[in-house]
Ligand binder design. Structure first.
Ligand code: S3P
Length: 428
């Protein structure tokens, strides 16, 4: 395990960064490419470890996937082209791979086993297994199927009308993938709008999906045709440089090719509400919205963040917490219990590590309270193997008075393999 020494940055961050591909969309492009008939080409695919886990699972399911620097090509042969894997399917650190694969595998006529790393082994899978079982799925696993490893005996599925108990795009998408194979029309009701990349991609691959208010209707027995997918930049990766630009003195950063799907732009709403100096130029696009963003050093004020905004920024809360340490007044983050079941318990890791750097931050049952504006000191911190905690702490180091030693920075490659390269590009 590596440690990295990071130093205070005095001269600001300046320049432009092209944000790498969106993780959620990259996963889904492989999944739809694999179940579609014909060739799917994917440009700007994120080659982070999580998305490579999805590729590896589909290769084991018999799908030919070519990978060059510019393009991924998936040679799909329809649902029936997927064959019983001879080996265990390893989702690595990826919750999206594990949960969405469950929805796909539940309806395929063969046996498969899904495993993941230590963090995946602690994350709740019952929230997916339970509705899939109601559709007729045969899934067994640790603690009655609550945790990986999970063994799936694929079978014919029947549609359900299911109200999600938690706002989760992964659970929604798993049920959608099962519903696409089931007999009848599946209806999924969301308590709050979550990211809708799966729904968008169904249409892109020639399928059908209807949304009526908060219900999503998925016709069963659907087939898809291969297509071209251009993956926009990941706003969840851009978030680290958006906050860096706002809190590091003398900064001006231009971020290009950022995905601006409105189900993901909670971070932009927060930046605006906190008073950030931000400009957005949206681009003409079909399907997923994109744009360029300029962010400059800003005078920020604390706000309250909760309710329907939470699913739109759930992955950005660690970096928002850091931003709040540099805002005047109090920031309250609430309704975010889901943070406890991410790659780490992100309420504990954010509060614990930021405190070590001198932040005034306390944990609550469903979020955290941050008192700003505080001057951060420095010290020894750890990512705990959580990529977003690693990136947040690296940005924190830019405003710390003393050195920051970050344990386990390698995990950042899970979602942003070129993070440090891009950071160096901006440092003056
Ligand atoms: C994701 C959904 C979210 C998010 C994760 C990616 C997806 O998880 O935190 O990083 O691609 O559907 P939940 O569905 O658990 O909220």
């Amino acid at each position: 395990m590596q440690t990295l020494k990071l130093l205070f940055n005095q001269n600001g961050l300046r320049g432009s960064v092209t944000i790498p591909g969106d993780k959620s969309i990259s996963h889904r492009s492989i999944m739809f490419g694999a179940i579609a008939k014909g060739k799917t080409t994917i440009s700007n695919f994120l080659t982070g470890a999580d998305c490579l886990s999805t590729i590896s699972c589909f290769r084991k399911l018999g799908v030919e996937i070519e990978q060059t620097e510019e393009m991924i090509t998936v040679h799909g042969q329809g649902w029936e082209g997927l064959v019983e894997p001879k080996e265990v399917l390893d989702a690595g650190n990826s919750g999206t791979t594990t949960r969405l694969m469950l929805g796909i595998l539940a309806g395929l006529p063969f046996h498969s086993v899904l495993v993941g790393d230590e963090s995946i082994g602690k994350r709740p899978m019952g929230r997916v297994v339970e509705p899939l079982r109601r559709m007729g799925a045969s899934i067994r696993g640790r603690e009655q199927g609550q945790y990986t490893p999970l063994a799936i005996d694929g079978t014919g599925l029947t549609s359900i009308h299911y109200e999600l108990p938690v706002a989760s795009a992964q659970v929604k998408s798993a049920i959608i993938f099962a519903g696409l194979q089931a007999q009848g029309t599946t209806i999924v009701k969301e308590p709050q709008q979550t990211r809708d990349h799966t729904e968008k991609m169904i249409l892109q691959f020639g399928g059908s999906v209807v949304k009526i208010e908060d219900e999503i209707l998925i016709k069963g027995k659907q087939t898809f045709n291969g297509t071209h997918v251009h993956v926009p930049g990941d706003i969840s990766s851009a978030a680290f440089f958006l906050v860096a630009g706002a809190i590091v003195p003398k900064s001006e950063i231009i971020l290009t090719n950022v995905g601006l799907n409105p189900t993901r732009t909670g971070i932009i709403e927060v930046l605006k509400q906190m008073g950030a100096n931000i400009e957005i130029e949206t681009m003409e696009s079909i399907g997923e919205e994109t744009g360029n963003i300029v962010i400059r050093t800003s005078e920020l004020t604390g706000i309250e963040i909760g309710g329907d905004l939470i699913p739109k920024l759930i992955d950005e809360i660690p970096i928002i917490a850091l931003m709040a340490t540099q805002a005047e007044g109090v920031t309250i983050i609430k309704d975010a219990e889901e943070l406890k079941v991410k790659e780490t318990n992100r309420i504990d890791t954010v509060v614990g590590e930021l405190r070590k750097l001198g932040a005034k931050i306390e944990a609550t049952e469903d979020g955290m309270i941050i008192h700003g504006k505080s001057s951060l000191t420095g010290g020894n911190v750890s990512s705990f193997g959580d990529h977003r905690i690693g990136m947040m702490l690296s940005i924190a180091a830019l405003i710390c008075r003393e050195e920051v030693e970050l344990e386990d920075p390698e995990c950042i490659a899970i979602s942003y393999p070129t993070f440090f390269e891009h950071l160096k590009q901006l440092i003056q």
